[in-house]
Design a protein around this ligand. Structure first.
Ligand SMILES: [Zn+2]
Length: 187
């Protein structure tokens, strides 16, 4: 619990996870020849459909074309989960999806937001003369502080702690999605 609430996991975690995932990339070259690089293989089936093969797994992926300013086209893979046009899709468990759907980018945002909340909570707790840390025990009104000030700070502290707990719930949702425990949409 301490590691979740303290914000000690840095944003590096999310990026590393992304780099480590098998990634399917679509370029014009792989549309004409089977990609021989290690990792997922993109095999075109038609002008708007491709099969991504990774080990014994495979997914059918839609292709999308947008015109370029100076002629020619740019091809994209359509994320099977959100329908967004993507340059790369990643394999995570039995899912093939973009980084947004896999929760990798959101993971970082939650890390930063959580760390900010913990810092704000600690600042108020120090003003109250309480030990820092969202789960540390609360003490009463410090001597010499006005009751009005105390109630305002205590109310703010409650709000921030609620926000932190909500944030952790979202973070757990993202982590579960990353592990492929939900939202399975394999074609
Ligand atoms: Zn997506």
């Amino acid at each position: 619990m301490g590691s979740i609430l303290s914000g000690s996991r840095t944003q590096r975690g999310g990026r590393k996870a992304l780099e480590a995932l098998p990634t399917a990339r679509l370029t014009l070259r792989v549309l004409h020849a089977v990609n021989r690089a290690p990792g997922p293989v993109v095999r075109p089936e038609s002008s708007d459909l491709a099969t991504v093969v990774h080990g014994h797994q495979q997914w059918l992926v839609e292709l999308s074309v947008t015109p370029l300013n100076f002629g020619g086209h740019r091809r994209w893979m359509v994320c099977p989960e959100c329908g967004g046009r993507r340059e790369a899709l990643h394999v995570l468990g039995d899912r093939l999806a973009c980084r947004v759907c896999l929760g990798l980018r959101y993971g970082c945002q939650h890390e930063n937001r959580r760390a900010r909340l913990v810092r704000r909570i600690d600042k108020i707790r120090v003003r109250l003369g309480w030990p820092p840390g969202p789960l540390a025990p609360a003490a009463g009104k410090p001597p010499g502080m006005r009751w009005g000030t105390f109630h305002r700070l205590a109310g703010e502290l409650d709000m921030l702690t609620d926000a932190l707990v909500g944030n952790v719930v979202k973070w757990i949702d993202g982590a579960e999605a990353m592990l492929g425990r939900r939202g399975k949409t394999t074609v």
